[in-house]
Design a protein around this ligand. Sequence first.
Ligand SMILES: CC(C)(COP(=O)(O)OP(=O)(O)OC[C@H]1O[C@@H](n2cnc3c(N)ncnc32)[C@H](O)[C@@H]1OP(=O)(O)O)[C@@H](O)C(=O)NCCC(=O)NCCS
Length: 153
Amino acid sequence: MDALTIRPATAADVPALSDLIRRTVRLSNAADYAAPVVELIAGNATPDKVAQRLAERDVFVCLDGARIVGTIGLGGDRLRSLFVEPSLQGKGVGARLVAHLEAHARQAGVVELQLSSSITARGFYERLGYRLIRFEEREDGSTFLMSKTLTSC
Ligand SMILES: CC(C)(COP(=O)(O)OP(=O)(O)OC[C@H]1O[C@@H](n2cnc3c(N)ncnc32)[C@H](O)[C@@H]1OP(=O)(O)O)[C@@H](O)C(=O)NCCC(=O)NCCS
């Protein structure tokens, strides 16, 4: 990997973001969700839906050179839509994106950052200090509600 940079997403990023999210869901989440649920989740990342989310949330992209290799968002007090390119997982990209998002959320005045973790990512968020609140069973993809208090430093 080159030096990673993180910046706000723009409308020009939408096609690459949509591809990244759908590919990552199909490759990385497929072991934890039934195939129809994987397709439901992937269906939430069409270019139209990604563009809509850019208008509603603070969305960031992580770049390896010119290539988008990860994304994360903040909507209200919730961390949203964290995805890391499958071939680059396990190299610290996800942790970098979460640290960036936490700093951004702190600046926005968020004290308690919440998220709905995929079954796949629960251990990752625990590693970063998020605590489990409850399991939320849903037909369109069960998740773990988790939370972390953001300190001021
Ligand atoms: C979950 C995800 C974002 C993690 O990103 P990543 O870049 O692979 O994670 P990192 O390399 O930054 O890992 C940070 C730490 O968490 C650990 N970790 C990563 N994934 C983990 C997992 N599934 N379970 C337990 N620990 C995990 C790493 O070993 C590392 O630990 P270390 O600090 O001791 O070395 C990525 O695997 C992904 O995109 N998954 C599929 C999409 C998804 O489920 N997203 C979450 C939606 S809520």
